[in-house]
Design a protein around this ligand. Structure first.
Ligand code: FAD
Length: 390
């Protein structure tokens, strides 16, 4: 009987769903911090929000996302991105060890000193490929105060977008940001939003944004220094429920005014739904790029941004409306290839990718396939985009 593991069930492509046997990790839901080692022990089925609770109590943090219901297993196995990634690296860069139930039923530990190939694969090789991970040990960092920022410009212009991107691109790795162009049913055409955090002062953040703020005041401008977990609670993503599909590409070259014009042009073409069309730029670079592309299975080590084209629709949008939104997304995503030639993020699983294995794993694919052959020769752990044995 085919089987899949499920932790948070957040696989965009539904790869933790099966008509065979679904193995739920629900009961492995503990998260505890060991002050003597600075390492947090995370069960294979723990929700992000529960991990955050344990970290907050201990006054520490890791690289984490904004969604409280994503679970740690899928997040860590595919890399794990969040506002701390430029400062600390992606989440899986700080994995110390993981316990895995293998295809033959054995239970092994993988770390730098035991089952090194499997450990390499568990840092970016993606969930569901090599076994079922029942626990993770992750190195933490002190949760110092953060300056969070939340700015919104209702009418985005080419100059504003290009100036903002250039200002963020030149900022130190202490900054983590997410820039988005969004539509809404009342104002199709694109508004600009910037959110994120800096391990630094409000004055430092204002200096970074000075060229942007001098172009005109945003509609909303919130820049505040607070305790670490207070900042995270403001930045938490509690949107929904609605339907959405996201498609990603890593951007390696600088993005200038031609990109801003291109993006606005596509935003103006949004066909409209009860939700929105978005272009999101997650700022990468910093510590992520200081790790060699072959040091772990996470290969994307030369980018500035992770660009995502998202289409969302509401329950009362009929199929035709959703189809028009998806056609817009397909056109925008294909055209984005002019500016974004890197691969795709394996945690934003995208069933529409033609060359998904190369896009997710690049030059690390041959080694991943050899490891797959060694640990799961009969391909027990498989789904439409699972790594095939060599
Ligand atoms: C609303 C939302 C917000 C998100 N935000 C972020 C973000 O900020 N940063 C980021 O990096 N990603 C983010 N993601 C993507 C997310 O990291 C991936 O979807 C991740 O795979 C989800 O893990 P899961 O355990 O919740 O999902 P699941 O669907 O349960 O699992 C995902 C895959 O991993 C496999 N798997 C699950 N548990 C295990 C296990 N214990 N051992 C081995 N394989 C397993 C599954 O079979 C499936 O193939 C977001 C996704 C959503 C839907």
């Amino acid at each position: 009987m085919p089987l899949v593991a499920r932790s948070g069930g957040h696989s965009y492509a539904g790869y933790s769903t099966t008509t065979g046997l679904m193995i739920s990790l629900d009961d492995l839901d503990s998260a505890s911090f060991d002050a003597s080692t600075g390492v947090v022990d995370i069960g294979g089925g723990v929700r992000n929000s529960e991990v955050y609770g344990a970290l907050e109590e201990a006054g520490v943090t890791i690289t984490h996302g904004r969604c409280p219901t994503v679970r740690a297993a899928g997040f860590l196995l595919g890399g794990g991105i969040g506002f701390n990634m430029r400062l600390f690296g992606i989440a899986s860069d700080h994995l110390v060890s993981t316990e895995v139930v293998m295809a033959d039923g054995s239970i092994v530990s993988a770390s730098d000193t035991e089952n090194g190939d499997l450990f390499w694969a568990c840092r970016g090789g993606g969930g569901g490929n090599f076994g079922i991970n029942t626990g993770f040990r992750v190195r933490t960092f002190p949760a110092d105060s953060r300056t969070y920022f939340w700015l919104h410009w209702p009418d985005a212009s080419e100059r504003l977008i290009a100036t903002l991107i250039a200002a963020l691109d030149a900022a130190p790795a202490t900054l983590g940001s997410r820039v988005s162009l969004d539509t809404d049913p009342e104002r199709p055409g694109g508004s600009l939003k910037l959110i994120g955090q800096i391990a630094g002062s409000r004055a430092e953040m204002e200096a970074i944004l000075d060229p942007v703020l001098s172009l005109g005041a945003p509609g909303h401008n919130e820049i505040l220094t607070v305790d670490y977990w207070a900042a995270e609670s403001v930045l938490l993503d509690t949107d929904g429920p609605f339907f959405f599909q996201e498609r990603s590409r890593f951007v390696t070259d600088p993005l200038g005014e031609d990109f801003a014009g291109f993006a606005l042009d596509w935003m103006r073409r949004w066909p409209g739904t009860g939700e929105s069309g978005d272009l999101v730029l997650f700022q990468t670079g910093g510590r992520i790029n200081e790790v060699a592309a072959d040091a772990t299975a996470f290969v994307h080590r030369d980018s500035r941004w992770l660009a995502v084209v998202a289409a969302s629709w509401a329950e009362n949008d009929d199929d035709a409306r959703a189809e028009r939104a998806l056609a817009w997304q397909e056109g925008f995503y294909a055209d984005l290839g002019r500016f974004a030639r890197g691969g795709a993020y394996q945690n934003f699983t995208d069933p529409a990718l033609d060359n998904w294995a190369e896009d997710y794993y690049g030059a690390n694919l041959p080694r991943l396939r050899r490891i797959k052959r060694a640990v799961d020769p009969d391909n027990v752990f498989r789904f439409p985009q699972s790594i095939p044995p060599a």
